[in-house]
Design a binder for this molecule. Structure first.
Ligand code: NAG
Ligand code: NAG
Ligand code: NAG
Length: 356
């Protein structure tokens, strides 16, 4: 098997090891999540992880997305039917493995929601998790709440298996200037009633049809684990990986960095969807020993084709791994109205950001 180790230029992503990254064949989850569906971000700002499956959840219901959506664009394709998962026998593991260094809890949250983008919102993680207190952060990310905040630094390690991806491609969106998507008749009617200078007309539009639409997404499942360090040890490990690169570390050095020998606290291996079968598999099969420590670690997967092949079959289509929401500004052809819509939207977003 081929494992690539590369050091990324971005400061936030120090290490990236790709394991057979390849486009997967499209497979569909049985959810209303579909490109073009519009949602009202303000109806659940700070709480979106309740309606979009992005962190381990306790309920055994297999939902991925239960946020109400409205199709605002006439040419939005219907949600495709669910297809059975297919296995590509030639691959050991179709996905990627990366780790991200986080100086504090805020960076950890940013890292966890790295693949989520919401147009006109600078910190999209807040829309999903802004409401989480210390114990919710600890529970969702699999660490002891003593280590949330304060003088602690973190490394987030994640192994993601993508299953389905989709992107909205309809005439007039993201295309050339002066082109606009055709709206459905009720949406067009409401859009025509938006008056520049009158914020209430924008609020009414957003309440009826939404603020953003789903532009693209990727679903699948992932395993992740958070390692907690004291600032001093963290700085040493980060510097070591930055100057030397992962490829130059010996196996035992890598194992020691991600063990209780160096880490102040080793988080539990979590499953993004919360699937308990997968969680107990990880707990049993990904155990490592380092001196007198025995613990479950995602680093155990490194270089183990047999475990990766098994994991590839276990991580199915159960959670949202990436999501891009774009503003409904293209619903307004008139440049003055469009600018006004964006102004009111920005204003509402700032209000929510400072209040949560
Ligand atoms: C999971 O659900 C059970 C019963 O519904 C509850 O007792 C438990 O506290 C929940 N655990 C978490 C982590 O939410
Ligand atoms: C969390 O860590 C503290 C301090 O190390 C410890 O006293 C406590 O028992 C831990 N709690 C759990 C649930 O592991
Ligand atoms: C959990 O994952 C296993 C292995 O992929 C699968 O067989 C099972 O149906 C999943 N359980 C739920 C509740 O989704």
């Amino acid at each position: 098997m081929r494992v690539e180790w590369a050091v990324s230029a971005q400061p936030w992503l120090l290490v990236l090891l790709a394991i057979f990254v390849r486009q997967s064949s499209p497979q569909q989850p049985a959810t209303p999540l579909h490109p073009g569906g519009a949602i009202n971000l303000f109806s659940r700002y700070g709480y979106l992880s309740i309606s979009i499956r992005v962190v381990p959840r306790n309920d055994s219901e297999p939902w991925i997305f239960r946020e109400p959506t409205v199709d605002v664009f006439r040419d939005t394709p219907p949600p495709p039917p669910k297809k059975a998962l297919q296995k590509d026998r030639s691959l050991v593991f179709d996905g990627d493995f990366h780790m991200e260094f986080c100086d504090d809890v805020r960076q950890l949250m940013q890292a966890y929601f790295r693949d989520f983008a919401i147009e006109r919102l600078s910190e999209p993680w807040r829309a999903f998790a802004g409401s989480w207190g210390r114990s919710a952060v600890a529970r969702h990310l699999g660490i002891n709440s003593t280590f949330v905040g304060g003088q602690h630094c973190y490394v987030l390690v994640r192994v993601a298996r993508r299953r389905t991806n989709a992107k909205l491609e309809i005439p007039g969106l993201g295309g050339s200037d002066g082109e606009f998507p055709v709206l459905t008749p009720p949406v067009q009617k409401e859009a025509d009633s938006v008056v520049a200078g009158n914020a209430a007309t924008v609020d009414r539009f957003i309440r009826s049809f939404g603020s953003h639409y789903v532009s693209s997404y990727v679903t699948g499942n992932s395993l992740f684990q958070v390692f907690v360090y004291t600032p001093h040890i963290y700085a040493r490990i980060k510097e070591r990986l930055r100057t030397r690169g992962v490829a130059e570390l010996s196996r035992s050095e890598l194992a020691s960095f991600f063990s209780p020998w160096y880490a102040e606290h080793t988080g539990k291996i979590q499953v993004a969807s919360g699937n308990s079968t997968v969680a107990s598999w990880a707990h049993d099969k990904l155990r490592m020993s380092f001196y007198f420590f025995s613990f479950a670690s995602l680093l155990r997967l490194h270089g183990d084709a047999r475990l990766l092949r098994r994991l590839d079959g276990l991580l199915t289509d159960e959670a949202v791994l990436q999501l891009e929401l774009k503003s409904l500004a293209p619903a307004f052809r008139n440049p003055t109205t469009r600018k006004w819509f964006e102004e009111v939207l920005d204003n509402r977003l700032r209000l929510w950001e400072v209040n949560m």
